[in-house]
Design a protein around this ligand. Structure first.
Ligand SMILES: Cc1ncc(COP(=O)(O)O)c(C=O)c1O
Length: 481
């Protein structure tokens, strides 16, 4: 075929457009490291560049991609940037990107087994692969949801049903036979648990924030006491959530002791390992996960530290029937003769994305050895950064760093307010462009967080972040703004 004929055949064709999109991705990928991680736009800049009404006429992909470059990319915070160290990193690999592309074409909706036998069975098998990867026993099964927030909420509904049989039919309101239902988390737990309590009708006031020790771990005696007192006062303890890898500092609750209490007092134990969960695949980290196999449910997010594209959250549980109890409902129009294991029976959503495909691609195209090696390299980088911090008189660590997050603060020159100094330092560093770090508070004091976790090569970027922190500190000290 001549090139003119080729042009004719493929002009505007799916193949040509797909190749164009792939070239766009390649070029974005090669250039993203040179862009500022945080966009330099003001509110309204992006929407101002977009028409207010949908176009009547079609446009070529080339024209849409040109607008992507001009209007959208300048307004992106680049989560796939090697210098993205804020929150918990969510990055991607080829496997995940390609799987998302194919999943869109396959467009599976595995609400019932028959609406996608492969989608249903692949999801079950991928949960099993994740379970084996993190070395949990085969008493766990599970499913894939969008986020840890949804996973924890789904677990809470099952725990609520177990604690208050029949709540699905009778609800919680106006019941003289029932005291308030309570949820127990540590002071360091993620806010998604508060949201879950609000959404499940427990109410934010019934979330007990159990105090933590000097290592920011839930104090088991305080948990025991809180549940016992609540029971004595006629309240109904529904669930305890222990966290392995809290958001602020990656502290680890003493899950084994918490599990003892939950067993003795008969309360559902949920473990939030949304970020740290994949590290259970590393033998040297197994002590951080002691006792988690005794949980009733566990959440871990491959879209955080396993570099699977967002969204992908795995909810594991030991009692599938208990998970079905709260919400399984089959109207006539969804009934079917096949005896499948319908994914719609657990959780709120009926339709679901083909998320299992990207996990399958990730495991197939990378293999568990490479995934483990990446986790280890992130932990090593975090350890190195922690060493630099400890050796530098201008900074100090603010918390232990069991995984790949380092939490630290700058020590300001005498007379300066430490919180204000750290806030200004972080703003100055983030304004530079090559890196993006976030903050939290530890013991009420403002601290800086640097979470290593990108699949996009971070060693140089960690060095750059450290260099910029020192440089901006010195500029502030000299009064240069
Ligand atoms: C420990 C922990 N739990 C839950 C969440 C919520 O995750 P998602 O955004 O998947 O709902 C986060 C988010 O960072 C987290 O760190």
């Amino acid at each position: 075929m001549t090139s003119a004929e080729e042009e004719n055949v493929s002009s505007g064709s799916f193949l040509e457009d797909a190749a164009r999109a792939a070239r766009w991705i390649e070029s974005y990928r090669n250039g993203v490291g040179d862009l500022p991680v945080l966009p330099r736009v003001r509110p309204g800049d992006v929407s101002g560049g977009l028409g207010t009404v949908p176009p009547e006429a079609p446009a070529s992909l080339a024209a849409v991609l040109a607008d992507l470059d001009e209007i959208i990319v300048p307004g992106l915070t680049h989560w796939n940037h090697p210098g993205f160290f804020a929150y918990f990193c969510s990055s991607t690999t080829d496997a995940g990107v390609l799987a998302e592309f194919l999943a869109a074409e396959l467009n599976q909706n595995a609400m019932l087994w028959r609406t996608s036998p492969a989608g249903t069975e692949l999801e079950r098998r991928m949960v099993e692969w994740v379970r084996r990867f993190v070395e949990l026993p085969d008493s766990f099964s599970g499913l894939i949801l969008d986020t840890a927030s949804t996973s924890s909420f789904t677990a809470l509904l099952a725990a609520r049903e177990r604690a208050v049989p029949g709540v699905r039919a009778r609800g919680l309101s106006g019941r003289g036979d029932l005291g308030p239902c309570t949820l127990y988390v540590s002071e360091e737990a993620h806010s998604s648990l508060d949201k879950a309590a609000a959404a499940a009708g427990l109410g934010l006031d019934q979330v007990r924030k159990v105090p933590v020790d000097s290592r920011l771990r839930m104090i088991p005696d305080a948990l025991d006491e809180a549940i016992t007192v609540d029971r004595r006062n006629g309240l109904t303890p529904v669930m305890v959530c222990a966290t392995i890898g809290t958001t602020s500092t990656t502290s680890v609750d003493p899950v084994r002791e918490v599990a003892d209490i939950c067993d003795r007092l008969g309360v559902w134990l949920h473990v939030d390992a949304a970020y740290a969960g994949p590290a259970a695949a590393l033998a040297e980290k197994s002590q951080e996960f002691e006792g988690w196999e005794r949980a009733d449910s566990i959440v871990l997010n491959p879209h955080k530290w396993m570099s699977v594209p967002i969204d992908c959250s795995v909810l594991l549980y030991r009692d599938e029937e208990a998970m079905r109890q709260p919400l399984s409902l089959t109207p006539e129009y969804l009934s079917s003769e096949e005896d499948g294991r319908d994914l719609m029976d657990i959780g709120l959503s009926l339709g679901r994305r083909f998320r299992a495909l990207k996990l399958w691609f990730q495991f197939r195209m990378e293999g568990t050895e490479a995934i483990r090696a990446r986790l280890r390299s992130h932990i090593q980088l975090a350890d190195r950064l922690a060493d630099w911090i400890e050796e530098d008189g201008r900074f100090e660590l603010a918390a232990p760093h069991p995984f790949s997050l380092v939490v630290f603060r700058a020590l300001p020159p005498s007379g300066a307010d430490p919180d204000d100094w750290n806030r200004r330092l972080l703003t100055a560093v983030n304004r530079r462009g090559p890196v993006f770090l976030s903050h939290t508070t530890v013991g009420g004091r403002y601290v800086i967080r640097l979470a290593v976790g990108s699949a996009r090569g971070t060693e140089q970027a960690v060095r750059e972040a450290w260099r910029l922190l020192g440089e901006e500190y010195d500029r502030m000290e000299k009064g240069v703004t």
